[in-house]
Design a protein around this ligand. Structure first.
Ligand SMILES: [Zn+2]
Length: 106
């Protein structure tokens, strides 16, 4: 289950090479996006914990921004700003907490 020693948590669970992440890999998704390792060709999955961190921070930021800006700005401006801010923060959090799991691991 645990990765062999010396392998960074955001690297390929099979060979330890750090795959090239695309920006959409940092968007939280229900099942975790797949990342292809460019060294061994294996497909790894963004860990559930990483996705959870992304989803939670997204929701937190969206709610916080809506509470902060709804009165002065109104819903037309607040909701797009909240979604963009939430996505930006979620992607940052996903990048910090990025971990890759083998695809069969839940
Ligand atoms: Zn690999």
């Amino acid at each position: 289950m645990s990765a062999p020693g010396g392998i960074a948590r955001d690297s390929c669970p099979f060979c330890g090479e750090r795959p090239r992440f695309r920006w959409w890999d940092y968007i939280p998704s229900r099942y975790g996006s797949s990342v292809d390792c460019n060294l061994c060709g294996a497909t790894a999955r963004v860990a559930t914990q990483t996705n959870m961190m992304g989803v939670l921070s997204f929701l937190f930021v969206v709610v916080a921004v809506i509470f902060a800006l709804m009165k002065p700005l109104g819903p037309k401006l607040t909701i797009p700003v909240a979604l963009i801010a939430g996505l930006a923060v979620a992607m940052g959090v996903m990048r910090v907490f990025m971990r890759l799991d083998p695809p069969d691991q839940v």
